[in-house]
Design a protein around this ligand. Sequence first.
Ligand SMILES: *[C@@H]1O[C@H](CO)[C@@H](O)[C@H](O)[C@H]1NC(C)=O
Length: 148
Amino acid sequence: MQLPLVLLLLSLPGCLSIQGPESVRGLEGGSVTVRCDYKPRWETYGKWWCRGAYWELCRTLVRTTGSQLEVKGDRVSIGDNQSHHFLTVTMEKVRQDDTDTYWCGISKSGPDLGAPIRVTIEPEGTLLTTACYPTNGRAGVSSVSYSR
Ligand SMILES: *[C@@H]1O[C@H](CO)[C@@H](O)[C@H](O)[C@H]1NC(C)=O
């Protein structure tokens, strides 16, 4: 019974063309940076950052044209590193009401490609704990508190 799942995945090529983190957290007043990696061949296409749980209804906050590599909007900017196939979105002076689902995406003819990212902004003073990663060959846990 595995075949239907494989067919479903093949029918959603957008999910494999661009990928970002499932979720990111930031502190009120600080900034949040999100990186989305995309597959080679999409370098020269426009990239965008959109807000809203529903893809069809989301509001585009900032977009590149493909030749413009960096575009700034209101408290948000997007950069496209075409030689290494990723885009970077930076949200600045974030507020708790910026908490929402966002999408990083690629403009193309036909349906665009996109990946959803849950962005959560915590009140000032919250300690944000990042995932475990090895340090000097040992497993370690890193706690990071962001400042303005
Ligand atoms: C693209 O990313 C690579 C690797 O992070 C970096 O070395 C390079 O300077 C970046 N290029 C631009 C134009 O920012």
